[in-house]
Design a protein around this ligand. Sequence first.
Ligand SMILES: Cc1cc2nc3c(=O)[nH]c(=O)nc-3n(C[C@H](O)[C@H](O)[C@H](O)COP(=O)(O)OP(=O)(O)OC[C@H]3O[C@@H](n4cnc5c(N)ncnc54)[C@H](O)[C@@H]3O)c2cc1C
Length: 328
Amino acid sequence: MSKTIGIIGAGPAGICAARRCYEAGYKDIKVFEQASDLGGIWLYSPEINGYSSMYEKLNTNGPKEFMSYEGFPVPDRDGSGRSFISRQDVFEYVKEFAAPIRQFIWIYLLYKEEPGKPKLQLPSNVVQLREVIDADSEGLILNDGQKLNDIDAVIYCTGYRYNFPFFDDSIVRTLEGGKIVTPLFEHVVHRDYLDSLFFIGIPLYSIFALLEEYQVKFALSLIQNRAKLPSRDEIDNWETNRIKELKARNLSLKFFHAFKEPHEQWDYYKRLAQYADVIYAVPNVYIKIDLMNRKFFDERVCTFKRVIYKIVNDEEFTWHDSEMDDYD
Ligand SMILES: Cc1cc2nc3c(=O)[nH]c(=O)nc-3n(C[C@H](O)[C@H](O)[C@H](O)COP(=O)(O)OP(=O)(O)OC[C@H]3O[C@@H](n4cnc5c(N)ncnc54)[C@H](O)[C@@H]3O)c2cc1C
C-alpha cells in the first residue's frame, strides 16, 4: 500500500475517509483543514466565520439511532435516552471516531493565526500551513509558494458549499449557480480520474455518517482497482441521465445532488455497495425510523425532536415522546 491519500476537509466526511483509508492499510494520509481543529460544522464558534451555519442550541434533525458510523454507535452521553442530540454531542462523537487514528495521520491546519487569538498548541504530527491556492499534477501549492508533492489520490470532503478554488475549471466546475458539481459519476468520483479524485458528502437530504461510509467504500474500491463499474458509456452519460430523470419528475436541477424522495438515499447506498462489491449493511429498521421521522416532521415540526426512538432489532423499533422540551 504505497499510495499517499490527500484529504481536504476534516469534518465528518474527511474523518470518515481518513479512518477507513487507514483501516484499509493506507498509512500515508495527509488531511488539510482550514479551521483550527477537526469536526467540520460541528466545531462551533459563536463568531460568524463565513463557513458554518451551525448555531448554539442546535439539536440534530435525525435521530442518533441511525446517525452513526458503522460499528460505532452514538452514545447516550447525558443518560436521557434522547434521540435528537446536541451539536456538542455530535462534535464529541465525531472526534472520538477520529481519535484512534489521530496520531497516525498528518494533519495540516491551514488556519490563519490572528493577533489576539490564542496560539495553537500542536502535537508533532499536526502542522500549521498557509492555505492551498492551487494544484498541479504533482501535488498542492500553498500561498507562500511551498509545494506538497506526492499525493496519489485526493479525497475532497469540504461540506455543502460547492466551491473548488484549487481546481482549474477544466478539471472540476459547478453549474446551475453552484448546484451541480461536474464532471462526476454518482455524485462521488471524477469521471476522468476514477482511481484518484473523490468528493465525499455532496448529496443533500442524506444521513451524514451513512452517506460518508458508503461513498468512502466506493472510493476505496476504486483506489484499489477492484470496483465493479458499469460501462464507460454509462459513466460518461450518468450526468445527462440524471438531468433527464429530474426533468421527467418535473424537478428543478437544484435537486441534482439531492435525495428528494426517502427511498433515493437507501437505493443510492445499495448501488454504491454493489459498485464497491461490499455488503449493503443498512438494516430495514433505519428506513422505517427515517419514514416515521419524516412523517413527524411534516405533522409536528415544533415537537418532532421530542420523540425518543429505540431500536429493538433489524426490523423493529419503539418510540415515545419525552417530557423534555429543550429542543431546537
Ligand atoms: C445547521 C446544520 C445542521 C445539520 N444537522 C444534521 C443532522 O442532524 N444530521 C445529519 O445527518 N446531517 C446534518 N447536517 C449535515 C452536515 O453537513 C453533516 O452533518 C456533516 O457535517 C457533513 O460533513 P462534511 O465533512 O461533509 O462537511 P462539514 O461538516 O461542512 O466539514 C467540511 C470541512 O471542510 C473544511 N474545508 C472546507 N473548505 C476547505 C478548504 N478549501 N480547505 C481546507 N478545508 C476546507 C471545513 O473547514 C470543514 O471543517 C447539518 C448541516 C447543517 C449546516
